[in-house]
Design a binder for this molecule. Structure first.
Ligand code: UDX
Ligand code: UDX
Length: 459
């Protein structure tokens, strides 16, 4: 254990999406950063200045800061924490089977750090943890010369560097204001909004932010359902609602709902944590239910559009990652939808610009191809799941020419329905009227297998 803690030296535990982006950003800002990563492959990649994760701009930045010597990936906490003033914990908090956040990685990382950090150092929790965790870690710590703060992250995958360089806010919570201020100084510039508070409030700022955004999406998806029942257009409705600055248009995009490494686990963890405190968080229960319905509604549009059965049908799926500009398949809607379609007897050919290598072990029954035109060849229907620009710019005349059927179901309302209809296709989306020849589909589509729907032959 070295003698004193220097805030110029930052140790980050975990080179995942959050840890690695934070590390590269702090090194870019001039700090000396050590990343402690247990996974040998990830560590070796970082040592070589190569990003082990798909994140726009991270490869270039990592190459530069590793070459400059300001960022080093190390195996042991001894190397990582030596002389560090601030140790940032960014290890996983995956959900347990009952939805609670599994804190074992956080506790293990904290124990290791406590054995090595210098007196006066701060342990800053960046992993998303339930309310009261930071305080409990401080209480259980056998070192009273080390302080704990909660330092939540708000990075979005696919734009993480942008979010890090221009944070909408920096939030740090703790019971020691000097420590809180030292950590708050790490991020942002003079114009950055900083919220300094107690650790429990900071923990709930994080959960509340993710849960509110997820609820906002589930709300617009329920509105989309009503638009189908009334003949309205959800995009117009969202535009109109979003013009109110109290509402805002962002996170009002209807579609297949939310997935990814954060929203699903954080919404469940918050709902579960509230339960432990004797509260039924009804809004979150509803947001979760609506979100899973969205996958079934999408599947129902394909089943119904192909005459009520998928037996022997070939369906092409465009997009696998949970959102564009990432290769992350954690809680990706595509995996759920593909499994549902395969269970209905369909043969699935799927494509994605970045996530095929991640998807392969998850989807053993699915044919995965890199070229979207190859994917749609001979397909009875196409389902769009991830709104990559590549699919927005597809030549639909060519695609429809290669398809066997005419049905295109857009789960992200991002395709040009007019163009598809213009090429003889039938364009079905979420919360809007179908378009194209013979698209006399009923306005509302019932749950797959509900029997309430009337098959319309399109194939
Ligand atoms: C993590 C948390 O999961 C999330 O709750 C929080 O909001 C942000 O940080 P993410 O970066 O996506 O999210 O996690 P993940 O991609 O799983 O990366 C965690 C990394 O920590 C992995 O590379 C893992 O190998 C590493 N790790 C885990 C360690 O180096 N040491 C450990 O003891 C445990
Ligand atoms: C999210 C939070 O935005 C970020 O602040 C936090 O740090 C981590 O979790 P991320 O998981 O990368 O980031 O994805 P985000 O861009 O928030 O999208 C989450 C999910 O919601 C995706 O599946 C996306 O497709 C979906 N979504 C988003 C919608 O369905 N509609 C929208 O309007 C916006």
């Amino acid at each position: 254990m070295t003698s004193h803690a220097d805030d110029h030296i930052i140790c980050i535990i975990g080179a995942g999406y959050v840890g690695l982006v934070t590390a590269a950003g702090l090194a870019e800002a001039g700090r000396e950063v050590r990343v402690v990563e247990v996974d040998a492959h990830r560590r070796a990649a970082v040592v070589a200045g190569i990003s082990p994760i798909f994140e726009p701009g991270l490869d270039e930045l990592l190459g530069a800061v590793v070459a400059s010597g300001r960022l080093r990936a190390v195996e042991t906490m001894k190397e990582g924490a030596a002389g560090a003033g601030i140790v940032i914990v960014a290890v996983g908090t995956p959900p347990t089977h009952d939805g609670e956040a599994d804190l074992s990685q956080v506790r293990h990382a904290v124990d290791q750090a406590l054995a090595e950090v210098a007196p006066g150092a701060i342990i800053a929790i960046k992993s998303t943890v339930p309310p009261g965790t930071t305080r409990a870690l401080a209480r259980d710590s056998r070192r009273n010369d080390v302080t704990f703060v909660m330092f939540p992250e708000f990075l979005r995958e696919g734009s993480a560097l942008e979010d890090l360089r221009h944070p909408s806010r920096v939030v740090v919570g703790g019971e020691d204001i000097a420590a809180v201020q030292r950590v708050a100084a790490l991020m942002g510039g003079s114009g950055t909004t900083r919220l300094l508070c107690d650790s429990v409030s900071a923990e709930l700022v994080k959960y509340g932010s993710n849960a509110f955004l997820a609820t906002k999406i589930s709300f617009i998806n329920e509105m989309a359902q009503l638009c189908e029942l009334t003949g309205a257009d959800i995009e117009k409705v969202a535009d109109g609602m979003g013009l109110d600055p109290r509402i805002g248009r962002s996170f009002l995009s209807a579609g297949l709902g939310w997935g990814g490494s954060c929203f699903p686990k954080d919404v469940r963890a918050l709902e579960t944590s509230a339960g432990y405190h004797g509260q039924s968080f009804w809004l979150l229960k509803a947001a979760i239910e609506v979100n899973s319905q969205q996958r079934r509604r999408f599947t129902a549009k394909l089943v119904q559009g192909l005459g009520g059965s998928l037996e022997g049908r070939r369906v092409a799926i465009l997009g696998l990652a949970f959102k564009p500009f990432t290769d992350d398949m954690r809680q990706a809607p595509a995996a759920e939808v593909i499994r549902q379609l395969e269970d209905f007897g369909a043969e699935i050919i799927a494509t994605d610009p970045a996530a095929i290598h991640v998807a392969r072990p998850l989807l053993p029954r699915t044919t995965l191809v890199a070229d979207p035109y190859e994917a749609v060849t001979g397909a009875d229907a196409v389902g769009l799941v991830t709104e990559w620009p590549e699919y927005r710019e597809l030549d639909w005349g060519r695609a429809l020419g290669l398809m066997k059927g005419r049905l295109v179901v857009d789960g992200r309302n991002c395709l040009d329905g007019e163009a598809i209809a213009g090429h003889g296709g039938v364009y079905v989306s979420m919360g809007r009227r179908p378009r194209g020849p013979g698209s006399a589909l009923p306005l509302a589509v019932g749950e797959a297998g509900s029997g309430a729907v009337r098959p319309v032959p399109l194939g």
